[in-house]
Design a protein around this ligand. Sequence first.
Ligand SMILES: Nc1ncnc2c1ncn2[C@@H]1O[C@H](COP(=O)(O)OP(=O)(O)O)[C@@H](O)[C@H]1O
Ligand SMILES: [Mg+2]
Length: 285
Amino acid sequence: MKTPNGLQALIDDGVIDEVLRPLKSGKEAAVYVVRSGGEVRCAKVYKDMAQRSFQQRVQYQEGRKVRGSREARAIGKATKYGRRQQEAAWKNAEVDALYQLRDAGVRVPEPHGYFNGVLVMELVTDAEGFAAPRLGEVELGAAQARDFHAVLVRQVVRMLCSGLIHGDLSPYNVLVGPDGPVVIDFPQVVSAAGNNAARTMLLRDVNNLTAYLGRSAPELFDTWYGEEMWALYEAGELRPDSALTGRFVHDTRRVDLDSVRDAINEAREEAIIRQQGREAAAEED
Ligand SMILES: Nc1ncnc2c1ncn2[C@@H]1O[C@H](COP(=O)(O)OP(=O)(O)O)[C@@H](O)[C@H]1O
Ligand SMILES: [Mg+2]
C-alpha cells in the first residue's frame, strides 16, 4: 500500500520495515498494521490537534507534571505555543502511561517506542492472529461477562495503585485477546492524586464497563466497585491485590439509596448510548 503520511519517516529510519494495512482511523488517531523488528505490530499515528476541542482537554492536564512555568501557563491559556505544548504532552501521555502500566502489571499492549509522533506497539490479536475485536463488538454469555468484569476491575485497581485513571474507559477501548481483556487508548490518562475530577472519572470508567457487561450479567448493576476502590485509595489502603466485594456502604443519613442507584444506572445506560453514537460518527469519518 501507499505509505501513509507520518509513517515514511519511520521507514526511512528503519523503525518499521513495511506498512501492511490500515486497521482503524478515528477522530484522533489512525492505526496501521506494520512489520517491525521481524514482527507484526501496530503503529498509532496521532492526527492533528487542530480539529480537536482544545479547551475541554485542559482539565485532563491538571495534575500531570509539566516542565517549567512558561509551559504550564501556555497550556492553561490556549496560545499557539500552548497548543503545541499541549499536543506534545497529549501524545507523550499515552506512551508514558503504557510503559508505566506495563511495569505495574496492567495488561496493555506492549509498547515498542515512540518515534516522530507515532506509537509502535504490540498488535493485540485474537486466537487466529487477526486484530482483536473490541469488547463492545463481542457477544458475551453471563459467566464470561462476570469474568471479564472481575478482570477489568482488577486492571482498574492496578492502574489506580500506580496513580493513574484511564479517563475514557469503555467497551470500545478494551480489546478481547485469547487471554482476556486488554485495555487500550490512553492519551487522556489522568493522575489520580492531582486532579479534582479524579473520583468522578474513576466512577465513570467503572460505570461504563458495568453498564455494558451488566446487560449480559444483570447482577453487576448492583455492584459498587468504583466507589469501594476509591474509598480504599483515599484511605491509603488500596493494594494491587486488595480483595473487593462490590458492596459499598453509602451514607444513608444523607441519600436515598434507591434513587441514587436509579440515577447511576440511568447514567450508565446514557454513557453507553453516547459512546455508541461517538463510535458510529467516528466510523463514518
Ligand atoms: N494495540 C492494538 N492492537 C490491536 N488493535 C488496536 C490496538 N490499538 C488500537 N487498535 C484498534 O484501533 C482502534 C483505535 O485505537 P485507539 O487507541 O482506541 O484510538 P482512538 O479511539 O483514539 O482512535 C481501536 O478501537 C482498536 O480497534
Ligand atoms: Mg479508542
